[in-house]
Design a protein around this ligand. Sequence first.
Ligand SMILES: Cc1cc2nc3c(=O)[nH]c(=O)nc-3n(C[C@H](O)[C@H](O)[C@H](O)COP(=O)(O)OP(=O)(O)OC[C@H]3O[C@@H](n4cnc5c(N)ncnc54)[C@H](O)[C@@H]3O)c2cc1C
Length: 458
Amino acid sequence: MSRIAPFAPRPPDALPGCRHVLVTGGGASGVLMAVHLLTRDEAIRVTLIEGRHILGCGIAYSTRDSDHLLNTRVHNMSAFPDAPQHFQHWLEARPEGRGKTPNTFVSRQTYGAYMGDLLTPWQGAGNRLTCLRRQVLRLEETAGGVVAHLDGGARLSGDLAVLATGHAVPGPDPEGLVLGAWATVPPTPVGAPVVIVGSGLSMVDQVLSLVKSGHRGPILTVSRRGQMPRSHARSTPMAVGRCDVPFGAPVSRLLRWARGLAGEAEAQGGTWRDAVDGIRNHAAAIWQAMGLEERARFLRHAVAWWEVHRHRIPAASGDGILDAVARGQLVHRRGAFLRAERAPDGSLRAVIRPHGQGAEVALPAARIIDCRGIRHDPEANASPLIADLLARGAARIDPLRLGVEVTDDCRLVAADGRASDRILAIGPASRAAFWEITAIPDIRAQVAMLAARIAAAA
Ligand SMILES: Cc1cc2nc3c(=O)[nH]c(=O)nc-3n(C[C@H](O)[C@H](O)[C@H](O)COP(=O)(O)OP(=O)(O)OC[C@H]3O[C@@H](n4cnc5c(N)ncnc54)[C@H](O)[C@@H]3O)c2cc1C
């Protein structure tokens, strides 16, 4: 299989002259892109196009439950890599910031408000930012720029387009039997059983919300690996230099190396977290140095291990989960979720195959909530915009089916392998190229770099 050039800060190809940037998607990535561009160069205008009613929130920060906490501490959530205290200072100026230290985990709702507020100085008449509440249905490259086709029929021209459209997320279950991870769960009889598919971060959110609402019935989670996110504790990231990383090594060796670092951290009085946080800075480069076969092996064998150690939950959330387990309300079961169905009496049940067993088991459930997270087939779950780019050959799905294919300087790759001069992708929409590009510290570094390149071409 083909090898992929190791990630290295090589000079990216120059972008064409650029004054007006169309950013599609007004979640955290789109807002960060807009603000970095506007801050960087006063010659640049930005149109931010978001299909939903709120800006800056996207999937992650739309929750209204104040128990849904960030899994990153305040001191690491600034919008600007070169102003690390920006979020902290914003927080200190607000009532909800009282008593919060840089090491606190605040609610995701609060963070959504911060993201939205970043746009405030740029909005208003005569300013360089325009925000539109529209769906982009088509993006076309023309000889001199890009044209976005919006729902309602309008067209908008720009010099460059940035896709900040996030992960492919499945639409609602057509039969209405399974609820999505980010749907509001309708009131559930307090004693009734709930089945949650998946045992990651979204499962944690759902369990905490159910318990908070007074739910007392059994909650059963089903997941293939039975791995739960680990809790945060004090961590001092190990100093792992580029020359320490075995770039291009097989996954088995990378895992041995990571375990070795964890052992070293523990021998020095720390924990495995110090090793994971030290490695994390190199995660995108490690991914880019892997060949396709190794990437596939990582996704098959190591991803569950990496994710539960890397994407940790605040101790308060972890304690809530452990309490529910201790009182027997929450039970984790290893197995495969097969389907949701109605029993002959009309009641709902989740059909699973427990790990190591051939037989199916039908579990009664008042609600079934699908919390399998963000790894969904990007083609089957493509939004109309992505489906249109794929249908016209302006984009293609990467060989591991993580998302649209993107170069290591964020250009969209067409079906014929040509990298676009005019359409770029950022954040989770660029995951196939970078893998670890979901958390704010990674996204803000990516948009800062891209804003500098776009400004250089303005
Ligand atoms: C539940 C959850 C919790 C997280 N917690 C943390 C955390 O604590 N710390 C951290 O660092 N990271 C966290 N993350 C990760 C990270 O912050 C998110 O991945 C990030 O918010 C990604 O934002 P995004 O804008 O790329 O995507 P999304 O949030 O998916 O937003 C994409 C936006 O684009 C819009 N859109 C899509 N297509 C179109 C179109 N064609 N036209 C117009 N609009 C369109 C959508 O409506 C949506 O609002 C979390 C992620 C999740 C899911």
